[in-house]
Design a protein around this ligand. Structure first.
Ligand SMILES: [Zn+2]
Ligand SMILES: [Zn+2]
Length: 573
């Protein structure tokens, strides 16, 4: 492996971005150094084209957060300059943020017919569908979107109809792989179009390659999706007398096709559990991607009327999501399905880093109920939808880019991908490991990276509420680790005295049995501090609150060695 250094973060330049006319730029709003919230913007002659607008799922230290968006203010500030958004495929990390973007910005969405169908339900629920123009694009088509000529190319991935695309303007051509792998025998026969990628590279020089780094550390090649079929068929064969329950991603339609084929082979009835699975199965049937007779389908409520060997259930929850179908089944709380030794449960998925605890909890729960559990650590029931090192090298050598930015990965993946580019012979000064917020800017001769052109901040979403800040998250973490203590002091300003007692209410601070003693000590300490201040003439509410906070903080720390969040309430009468 080549050990030359890649420029990790070019020196920060002060001031705002200065682009001269004719310069082409790519600004990363999300998707670098963390997997998720993919969103980038191409700019040429002050016209913008967005590629993807995804969400990221929260990490363990983000209590209560449902998901994270890129900071879209860069786009909101330029809404009149945006000509469109390309959605490469219908995964949440590429399209889940659309409903937020489209509230503020009216732009046409360019994507495959299937991706648009998969996205439409969410947009419809958000009341955005009727005012959004959806432009269906097909494999091999070229569309002029604003200043860019965009050619859409088929790639194989873990959702059907994903696209790579080339984006051309007078300054040059950018090639973006989207999420992809090179599968020579895909379920739908729709291969990554290597021939056309090579052709584009030989007719137009590729100025910049942006390529999926997720699998860059994995040597060799990713197996074909069709290799999972052998394993699924064996599971069905070896568990003929059991009910088979399979959990997978709702968008992984090719995986569901293979499971359904194996189930129908044994004349099992199919039942689906989980809203997203039902919706996507309906769409796949409408599109003719998935074909089975209605008489093979039963409602999930009828499952208990059949003997185990007659049933195959496909459900959501392979990532351990707490309220998903599989999670409820594993804890015995599902109103539709209870499993026992007559069940074989298959988690046909890879556990996304961060979800291990939830998935383990589910596997343990299912086994405790007697089910036979098969997952990707004890059987080959999953292959990735992302290219491994050899496939990435194939793309690098086919496209022969002048410049390269690895995208879609944690830092380790992007670094490994950068190393592959160096190994393929690219000069290190032409390989950039960028960060969210960076812009890479091209004129005809050179490229440069400017930092902090856009904000790289996380936009947290909790329920329907955006605008959750890091300070609020810090409060949640502190409440979670040390508890909360509320202190109410009522003060007669004229007398300069405390009316009634000092009230102390606590949550999550100390065991209830000990609480009264500690609360009394804290109340006494606070009372003494406030009375001192009142005697000295202090009448400002904020100053009194600060005194309460300090006294209570000292008292709780001295007595219990812990620092709960103190919420002082000073009421004036
Ligand atoms: Zn994807
Ligand atoms: Zn992705």
């Amino acid at each position: 492996m080549n050990t030359r250094m890649i420029k990790l973060r070019p020196e920060k330049k002060q001031g705002t971005i200065s682009k001269s006319s004719g310069e082409l730029s790519v600004t990363f709003l999300g998707g670098l150094n963390k997997i998720g919230r993919n969103c980038m913007v191409l700019e040429y002659h002050e016209r913008l084209l967005i590629i993807d607008c995804g969400i990221m799922f929260p990490e363990a230290d983000m209590p209560g957060i449902d998901y994270i968006l890129p900071d879209l203010n860069y786009l909101y500030d330029r809404k009149d300059q945006i000509d469109g958004i390309v959605i490469t495929h219908a995964h949440e990390d590429h399209a889940g943020g659309l409903q937020f973007l489209l509230r503020e910005v009216e732009v046409p969405i360019y994507s495959s017919r299937l991706s648009l169908a998969l996205l439409s339900r969410r947009l419809d629920e958000a009341g955005l569908l009727s005012k959004t123009s959806l432009v269906e694009v097909n494999d091999g088509e070229i569309h002029q979107i604003g200043k860019f000529e965009v050619e859409f190319l088929p790639v194989t991935h873990s959702v059907p109809h994903a696209f790579a695309a080339s984006y051309s303007c007078d300054t040059g051509t950018i090639f973006h792989t989207g999420d992809f792998k090179i599968d020579h025998s895909p379920i739908d026969g729709r291969r990554t179009d290597l021939a056309r990628i090579g052709e584009i590279a030989s007719t137009k020089e590729i100025l910049l390659l942006l390529s999926d780094s997720t699998g860059a550390e994995r040597p060799g090649t990713t197996g074909s999706e069709s290799t999972v079929r052998t394993s699924i068929e064996r599971i069905f064969r070896e568990n003929q007398d059991k009910r088979i329950v399979v959990s997978t991603f709702a968008s992984h339609i090719h995986r569901m096709i293979q499971i359904i084929d194996a189930a129908l082979e044994q004349n099992r009835k199919l039942a689906f559990l989980g809203r997203s699975i039902k919706t996507n199965i309906t769409i796949a049937r409408e599109f003719g991607i998935l074909d089975f007779d209605d008489k093979c389908l039963i409602d999930i409520e009828e499952v208990q009327d059949y003997s185990p060997e007659e049933i195959c259930v496909i459900c959501t929850g392979s990532q351990g999501e707490p309220l998903s179908a599989l999670s409820l089944i594993s804890s015995g709380q599902s109103k539709y399905l209870s499993v026992d030794e007559n069940d074989c449960v298959v988690l046909s998925s890879h556990t996304i880093p961060g979800n291990e605890t939830g998935v383990n909890r589910i596997i343990n729960g299912l086994m405790r109920r007697g089910a036979h559990v098969i997952h990707d650590e004890n059987a080959p029931v999953h292959v990735s939808g992302h290219a491994s090192a050899d496939e990435l090298l194939t793309i690098l050598s086919l496209t022969k880019p002048k410049y390269f930015v690895p995208v879609h990965g944690e830092h380790r993946h992007m670094k490994a991908h950068g190393d592959l580019a160096l190994a393929s012979g690219m000069p290190s000064e032409n390989v950039f490991i960028c960060h969210d917020g960076d812009s890479i800017i091209f004129d005809r001769e050179s490229a440069r990276v400017e930092n902090d052109v856009a904000s790289s901040s996380y936009l947290y979403v909790d329920g329907n509420v955006g605008g959750i800040t890091n300070a609020l998250l810090r409060d949640r973490r502190e409440i979670g680790s040390d508890g909360l203590i509320v202190i109410v002091v009522t003060v007669d300003y004229q007398d300069g005295s405390i009316v009634g007692g000092v009230e102390v209410v606590t949550r999550g601070w100390i065991p209830r049995a000990d609480a009264d003693d500690y609360k009394t000590i804290t109340a006494d300490t606070v009372r003494a501090a406030v009375e001192n201040a009142l005697d000295a003439g202090e009448r400002d509410v904020e100053a009194l609150k600060a005194i309460v906070r300090k006294a209570a903080g000292t008292s709780t720390s001295d007595t219990t060695g812990r620092r709960p969040i103190v919420l002082p309430l000073v009421i004036e009468v």
